[in-house]
Design a protein around this ligand. Structure first.
Ligand SMILES: Nc1ncnc2c1ncn2[C@@H]1O[C@H](COP(=O)(O)OP(=O)(O)OP(=O)(O)O)[C@@H](O)[C@H]1O
Ligand SMILES: [Mg+2]
Length: 391
């Protein structure tokens, strides 16, 4: 079948003669459908979606002009050629005003008819393609506009984050300076006061470490403002875990919860961003500490290297979670904690950070028995590989 044979022409004429002669003229090249009234023609138009309609103007019951109105209600694009008798020029011109594409006089010249059919079938096809393309362009355009709006929103959020981080940095530097001062003063009076200062240097060490962590975080948020979301570099896991151990101690102590650590990540290197990883793991450990009730309650943090990956497992024997809580745990602002104790953002942040590290977050929880959260991260096989993949 030639490509043109698929093009459809609908002929609407109450007179058998012209109708059949058009069918005869076109049938080798086009698929032709004939109707003897406007109603039958419009029904065929809706079924067949022709590329061209040839319609007589003068017909009993509904005229071609009424037919044209009905056709345009269903199809704004299809070419419509009106057939007019001699002396009906005015009606033909009215048809053009109402959306007809052209008109031919009856009896028609076959060469003229063939040329018109070809021209107007092509016109419909082009128009349809153009309409489709316009629709696609409009869709792309509206997607771009949405994209731009969300990028602008992100940019303004990043800007505010950077400003807050910037404002926090100065007071943090002051606290950090005073911690150092106190540590030095403590050293000098240690000999005289001895036992009275038991544990004070440890407390100061924890304060110092957490202030440094806040400085790191504020530095990172400032960079976030400059759209540098992640700077990945070879990161030794032992260093990360050591900071977690120290960082979680004050919370565990205040909640009277014991934490056990079982570490085997010696030498394990991941391609990561340390301040981000600290945030992610700290959130999970903090949840575990808050979920258990002393004195039986406890939290265990273990670390195991496997084939190309490392698992950081945080296990608690606390309240556990119902399927309902598990379903919502990654929703921003979802919390079951009393006001002031939880914002409901911890797990959202953790999940995002772990995913940015190409890792996985696995949660296994049973109400009344406890929860195990596994943070699974890919290992960088060698430090140089970590460097090159971070670049
Ligand atoms: N180990 C856990 N045991 C029991 N419930 C948990 C545990 N971890 C998370 N949840 C539940 O998931 C909810 C959401 O945790 P998420 O860390 O996102 O927020 P949050 O701890 O409530 O607040 P914050 O933003 O301060 O971390 C918690 O309110 C709690 O109900
Ligand atoms: Mg939390």
């Amino acid at each position: 079948m030639s490509e043109e044979a698929a093009h459809k022409v609908l002929v609407i004429d109450d007179e058998l003669g012209p109708r059949e002669s058009i069918r005869f003229l076109l049938k080798g090249t086009y698929e032709v459908f004939c109707a003897d009234s406007v109603d039958q023609g419009v029904a065929m138009l809706r079924e067949q979606h022709p590329d061209l309609v040839i319609m007589d103007i003068r017909m009993p019951r509904k005229s071609g002009i009424e037919g044209l109105r009905e056709i345009r209600e269903h199809d704004k694009v299809v070419s419509v050629v009106m057939l007019t008798g001699y002396g009906a020029l005015e009606t033909a011109q009215e048809a053009l005003r109402l959306g007809a594409t052209d008109y031919l006089s009856k009896p028609f010249d076959t060469t003229e008819m063939l040329a018109a059919v070809k021209r107007y079938v092509d016109r419909t096809r082009h128009e349809r393609r153009r309409t489709e393309m316009m629709k696609d362009l409009q869709e792309i355009n509206s997607r771009l506009v949405d994209d731009l709006a969300s990028k602008e929103q992100q940019a303004s959020m990043a800007q505010s984050t950077a400003e807050i981080a910037h404002d926090m940095r100065n007071p943090l530097m002051i606290v950090s300076g005073y911690v150092e001062l106190l540590t030095n003063q403590l050293e000098s009076v240690k000999g005289e006061l001895g036992d009275q200062l038991e544990g004070t240097d440890d407390y100061l060490e924890v304060i110092g470490q957490n202030v440094r962590r806040c400085c790191d975080l504020s530095h990172m948020w400032q960079k976030y403002g400059r759209a540098k979301l992640n700077e990945f570099c070879p990161t030794t896991l032992t260093d990360v875990i050591e900071d977690i151990v120290v960082g979680a101690a004050p919370l565990a102590a205040s909640e009277n919860v014991s934490i056990n650590y079982d570490m085997q990540p010696d030498g394990a290197v991941i391609n990561g961003n340390k301040p981000q990883l600290l945030r992610a793991i700290h959130n999970v450990v903090a949840n575990a500490i808050q979920a258990v009730s002393p004195p039986e309650g406890g939290v265990q943090v273990s670390c195991r290297c496997g084939e190309g990956r490392v698992d950081i497992v945080v296990r608690d024997n606390g309240s556990g979670m119902t399927p309902e809580v598990l379903n919502h745990i990654f929703e921003p602002y979802y919390t079951t904690k009393e006001e002031g104790k939880g914002t409901g953002l911890g797990m959202v942040i953790t999940k995002r950070i772990i995913e940015e590290h190409q890792g996985e977050l696995l949660i296994d929880s049973t109400p009344g028995e406890g929860t195990t959260v596994t943070i699974r991260l890919p290992l960088a096989t060698t430090a140089s590989e970590a460097v090159s993949s971070a670049a």
